[in-house]
Design a protein around this ligand. Structure first.
Ligand code: SAH
Length: 254
């Protein structure tokens, strides 16, 4: 799969998937996107926004919404998977972007506020199945569109993105992240990449670093301290990604 767009060779319908409302807010407000309550399935908690960008882009931005029992955002792979299906099926985008925050690694050159774009297949680090065939299935490795030209044009770091359902990690998680060469740890991207792969939609992950997994601070404290600033940085870069696509960037494999 490459970043080759539709038959006219460009990406004009873009789906943006976010887990948390706080991650999406700066971007939704800046673009003045309006909620589309008629999209999707009203029984599900997802919140969908529609909008246009520049001269040519049509956007559908979907956020996972809140769990009414726990009063928190629906983070992790299950809501991400279902929202991806509802969004991709209903909107039929030419490109799907999993946008959000993530943990970075100082040992791989990561710093708080960096924004990464995926540059290799998306992997899971918490699906350990030591059975022939299922071991590789567990890791996943779902394709990401090439992003080299986009990264240069917009000023993004490139790196591997690894997904698991915990904010913290075990030694085994770290070993699998290291083995996959990932620079970014989060909780949704590989699940969305699986749906995009099933439906034949090109996929990218765009992730802003809120915390350093191998830094000296507790992840949860660092995450909450940096969530707002990282989400602003994410919104800023996303804006520039759309500018690039609106100009016709991404037409050829990069
Ligand atoms: N207590 C927080 C929970 C956020 S969990 C709150 O509700 O305010 C973290 C979210 O940010 C997930 O959606 C995940 O994709 C991303 N994330 C940020 N840093 C992460 C890390 N170090 N590990 C895993 N996910 C991380």
């Amino acid at each position: 799969m490459d970043l080759a767009g539709d038959s006219r060779g460009s990406f004009k319908r873009i789906a943006l998937l976010f887990a948390m409302e706080a991650e999406a807010r700066p971007f939704v407000e800046r673009l003045g996107l309006s909620q589309d309550a008629a999209f999707g399935d009203p029984r599900l908690p997802f919140v969908h926004y529609r909008g246009r960008y520049g001269n040519s882009l049509e956007l559908l931005l979907s956020v996972n919404g809140r769990d009414p029992r726990f009063g928190v955002d629906n983070i992790g792979t299950e809501p991400a998977t279902l929202n991806a299906y509802v969004t991709l099926r209903g909107f039929a985008p030419q490109l799907c972007i999993s946008a959000g925050t993530a943990g970075g690694f100082r040992s791989r050159g990561g710093a708080i506020g960096d924004v990464y774009v995926s540059d290799r297949p998306l992997r899971f680090h918490d699906r350990r199945i030591p059975l022939p065939g299922f071991d590789a299935y567990g890791v996943g490795s779902y394709p990401a569109a090439p992003s080299g030209e986009l990264a240069r044009a917009v000023g993004l770091k490139q790196g591997g993105v690894s997904t698991g359902n915990s904010l913290d990690h075990t030694e085994k998680c770290l070993e699998l992240i290291e083995r996959g060469g990932a620079s970014v740890k989060e909780m949704e991207a590989a699940a969305i990449a699986w749906v995009a792969w099933c439906l034949g939609t090109p996929f990218l992950a765009l992730k802003a670093i809120t915390d350093l997994v191998d830094g000296e601070h507790a992840t949860e404290e660092e995450f909450l301290r940096n969530l707002e600033a990282a989400s602003r940085a994410l919104g800023e870069k996303l804006h520039r990604v759309l500018e690039y696509l609106d100009r016709g960037g991404g037409q050829a494999a990069v």
